[in-house]
Write a protein of this length. Structure first.
Length: 511
């Protein structure tokens, strides 16, 4: 046998073996993607299950909510009954099981419609600006007669709202639009994303009216009534923060607390309430700082919502990843493995929970930045070609997880910063009331915050924004109190409080 023929046969044999190997390897890579696994590393929960055998995340979230709180002891019911029908979703499905049906609401004419209708010659935007200004500073009925008249016409509704904050329980409804019943497991939008939060949204709107009324009462010199309205909003914010739930609800609550604390500053400094009211203000402020851990809401509601979205996208037999008929051959190759995405999501959420549990603002920020950097690195990474005998759906699933997860993982740094600012506002107002009580005693501001301990403060407050003491100084007989960095003389910030000038008359200011 000639050498040339031998070489040719060897080449043919190698080519044949290589061809067989490539065919087998590609057939291996074309095997169908595995089904979703029910395990803590993927779905995080293994029950309850829907009729299709996949996790029922909507019901799992509903199971976290309190149950069986009757309206007479449920603060959320006081808000629910005031919501206008066009925004209350009377046709929606209420899953709170807290007896908050449409029948519990007031007649349509007695509900709160915000923003208030502007008078003739004023557009809605201008009316909104006036309402916001009146919710932040002292005013009189003569300044804005139309707004004062509207508040008087809605006095009964506002009284109901203020009184409702004194109810002990908090069980708001979680509603779905009529076209998204929970019996339909899969739809164009995951159930937890399209759920409606009517009470928290309404409370956010209603707060402007109650704040404006408190500032009007302050302008009229009715300090106890003004404080009653502000304490109501403080209680509502505290109730929401005490109940683990969607982070959007916590954002509403911390915003509500911050706005209430800003309104308390003129009440204390310009209204000059007596010792009893100041002491009551301090007691309420100190009762409103023990909130449910941020990590608890992240680790339950937010994680389940994201896993629900991934399940709908990746495991839904008729969902957004289902191909058109002409795409099916290609889709069979690139079909995603939901387990890869879900494991990645859970790993990220584990890191987010750890970040939320960090003891200081700086360590939380560093942990949050590390998570963001990891997501950015994955987003910018190139799609890797599959390896030998690696199924085609593996690199496709990894690439898909990069795109999907980046838009779903909550930014705990933003929520944490909002928490810190709300806590700082509470501490600032507490110290402001303590400084005013000190003024009522010796008549002079203290040389330092340490002079307020223990008579007016249990201890020098630690600033959540710096993890050091709150800032305090006296210049020309006027004190300045702040959270965060030392402000300049002309700085205007929510977290800076300036006491009255040494020779200023004790009169109310009008915006």
């Amino acid at each position: 046998m000639s050498t040339r023929l031998l070489v040719r046969r060897i080449v043919v044999a190698v080519s044949l073996v290589g061809g067989i190997f490539m065919a087998v390897e590609n057939l291996w890579a074309l095997r169908p993607a595995p089904q979703l696994e029910l395990s803590p590393s993927t779905t995080w929960i293994t029950e309850p299950l829907a009729a299709d055998g996949l996790p029922d995340y909507f019901q799992a979230v509903m199971d976290l909510e309190p149950r069986g709180i009757p309206p007479e002891t449920n603060a959320a019911a006081a808000v629910w009954e005031l919501i206008p029908s066009e925004t209350s979703s009377e046709n929606a499905i209420d899953h709170s099981q807290a007896h908050l049906s449409a029948a519990d609401q007031r007649p349509e004419s007695e509900r709160l419609v915000l923003p208030p209708p502007p008078p003739d010659g004023m557009d809605a935007a201008e009316a909104g600006r006036i309402l916001e200004a009146c919710s932040r500073g002292v005013w009189h009925a003569a300044d804005h007669p139309w707004l004062a008249r509207w508040l008087e016409e809605n006095q009964a509704a506002l009284d109901t709202l203020a009184a409702g904050a004194r109810r002990e329980g908090w069980c708001p409804p979680r509603c779905l639009p009529p076209d998204a019943p929970p019996t339909e497991r899969f739809g164009p939008i995951p159930l937890l994303i399209c759920q409606m939060l009517p009470v928290e949204g309404a409370l956010d709107r209603f707060s402007s009216a109650l704040l404006a009324r408190s500032m009007l009462r302050l302008g009229e010199g009715d300090i106890p009534s003004a404080w009653h309205d502000l304490e109501s909003l403080l209680r509502y914010g505290d109730k929401i923060c005490d109940t683990p739930g969607p982070l959007i609800c916590r954002r509403v609550a911390t915003s509500l607390i911050l706005r209430t604390c800003l309104a308390l500053q003129p009440l204390i400094l310009d209204g000059h309430p007596d010792e009893a009211v100041l002491a009551d203000i301090q007691r309420s402020l100190r009762a409103a700082v023990d909130w449910a851990p941020l990590a608890m809401g992240v680790n339950t509601n937010e994680r389940l919502a994201v896993l629900d979205a991934i399940t709908v996208v990746a495991a839904n037999p008729s969902g957004t990843l289902s191909p058109a008929p002409w795409q099916k051959p290609l889709f069979a190759i690139l079909k995603a493995d939901p387990n890869i995405m879900l494991r990645y999501v859970n790993q990220l959420f584990d890191a987010v929970v750890v970040a939320a549990c960090q003891p200081t603002r700086e360590t939380r920020r560093r942990a949050s930045k590390a998570i963001k950097d990891e997501i950015d690195d994955r987003m910018n990474a190139k799609l890797q070609w599959r390896g030998w005998f690696q199924p085609w759906y593996v690199p496709w699933s990894e690439a898909l997880s990069k795109r999907i997860v980046s838009s779903l993982i909550p930014n705990v740094e933003i929520i944490s910063d909002a928490d810190d600012r709300a806590r700082a506002a509470l501490l600032l107002v507490d110290c402001t009331a303590a400084l005013e009580r000190h003024r009522l005693a010796p008549g002079q501001p203290p040389a330092s915050l340490a002079d307020l301990v223990p008579t007016f403060l249990p201890a020098i407050p630690v600033d959540p924004l710096t993890d050091a003491s709150l800032g305090y100084r006296i210049e020309n007989g006027r004190w300045t109190l702040w959270s965060g960095t030392d402000p300049a003389d002309d700085d205007v910030d929510d977290l800076v409080v300036r006491g009255p000038a040494a020779d200023s008359p004790e009169v109310l200011s009008v915006p």
